[in-house]
Write a protein that binds this ligand. Structure first.
Ligand code: KG4
Ligand code: ZN
Length: 347
């Protein structure tokens, strides 16, 4: 099945063509184009929704054309159009959904609504091997931190809930903590990659950590997270440090990354011990973080399940993951009934 994926939930305009041949084989990415208005948001220190949507409106058609050309396919070759319906920024989501509706009507294709958060986990079906169920999945993005247990593909459940929420953040998401932490440290947007870069610098100095940050809820007997206290702790350390006039940016970036990674991995390990899954799936922009990837692999070394982490460019927002969900959960709906849902949750 050849599927055209469209993703416009945040500031990216992403279109991909993927091919699924068998449920037991990974999905092939024939093309995956991502246009971002990130440069504009660097200037404002974050995303301005209207600016993002306006840019997406400008780039959606050229990006669709580029994705088809790169895949060496034509519109008539597509069997379905998969589009993100939520969660995300309403103006941005509308650009993708309205475009998908028009294409479905004009090209005469079926349209499949996709939950962006579930798509982050399905990036793991684009790798070398197909994950097995049950799976523990952790979605770590800019606005969400959700830990789930997946018993199967949602469409095979015959109405049963196959994705169960184990826990989520009670306040800020992990990506948000990276972004807000970066801002406190005077680092550019997006915060995650900037913090990671500074953390590496600190590591290269071989200096010892002098300032510890908390690991919120790490030992709590539940699967929830909380990152806003970490940001507050960082702010007070930063204020005290300003008085000392001593540059601790790199050390604090390192410690922030360690704290986030340790808490996330601890909860995954706890879920693995309780539910004994066959697979662990990581997904979302924060999954691109090298330290998180390394720590998860390390802590799971002695567990029986297999760990899946998408390649970094499939962790951050892309349309190949959207189209991957559609292959396994192929439930088309009439284009007239498709609607955006900015506050959609993972389950
Ligand atoms: O999934 P995503 O691309 O967009 C949303 O759905 O939100 O995630 C964006 C988040 C941002 O908070 C960004 O700072 C973070 O992912 N991120 C990273 C890295 N790359 C992106 N966080 C830590 N390390 C990275 N290398
Ligand atoms: Zn995302």
């Amino acid at each position: 099945m050849l599927t055209l994926g469209i993703e416009t939930s945040c500031d990216e305009t992403a279109v991909a063509v993927v091919e699924g041949v068998s449920p037991t084989l990974p999905i092939k990415v024939l093309s995956s184009v991502v246009a971002s208005s990130e440069e504009m948001h660097v200037r404002t220190g974050g995303i301005v929704p209207e600016v993002a949507a306006r840019e997406q409106l400008r780039s959606i058609i050229p990006v669709i054309q580029e994705a088809l050309v790169k895949a060496q396919k034509q519109a008539r070759d597509m069997e379905a159009i998969a589009v993100t319906v939520g969660p995300g920024l309403i103006g941005s989501l509308l650009v993708g959904v309205e475009t998908a509706k028009i294409l479905a009507y004009v090209w005469g294709k079926s349209i499949i609504p996709v939950n962006h958060l579930i798509a982050h986990l399905y990036a793991n079906w684009l790798g070398q091997e197909v994950p097995e169920f049950p799976a523990v999945g952790l979605v770590v993005s800019g606005g969400h931190t959700d830990l789930v247990l997946m018993e199967g593909h949602p469409s095979t459940s015959s109405g049963q809930a196959v994705i169960k929420l184990l826990g989520r953040t009670r306040d800020d998401a992990a990506g948000e903590c990276f972004d807000k932490g970066a801002r406190l440290l005077g680092l550019p947007y997006p915060g995650g990659p900037a913090v990671a870069k500074m953390a590496t610098k600190f590591q290269e100095t071989n200096h010892k950590i002098q300032t510890k940050l908390p690991r919120p809820m790490i030992n709590d007997d539940n699967y929830d997270f909380s990152f806003s206290g970490l940001k507050t702790a960082l702010r007070s350390v930063r204020q005290a440090q300003d008085k000392l006039a001593q540059d601790k940016t790199a050390e604090l970036a390192y410690e922030l990354q360690e704290a986030i990674a340790e808490v996330l991995v601890a909860k995954v390990v706890k879920a693995v011990e309780e539910f004994k899954p066959k697979s662990v799936l990581l997904g979302g922009g924060v999954a691109a973080n090298s330290r998180l990837r390394q720590l998860l692999e390390l802590k799971m070394k002695n567990e029986k399940c297999k760990v899946y982490i998408p390649e970094p460019k499939l962790c951050t927002d892309n349309a190949a993951s959207i189209a991957a969900v559609a292959y396994y959960n192929c439930s088309p709906i009439p284009w007239q009934s498709i609607k955006v849902d900015p506050s959609l949750e993972i389950v």
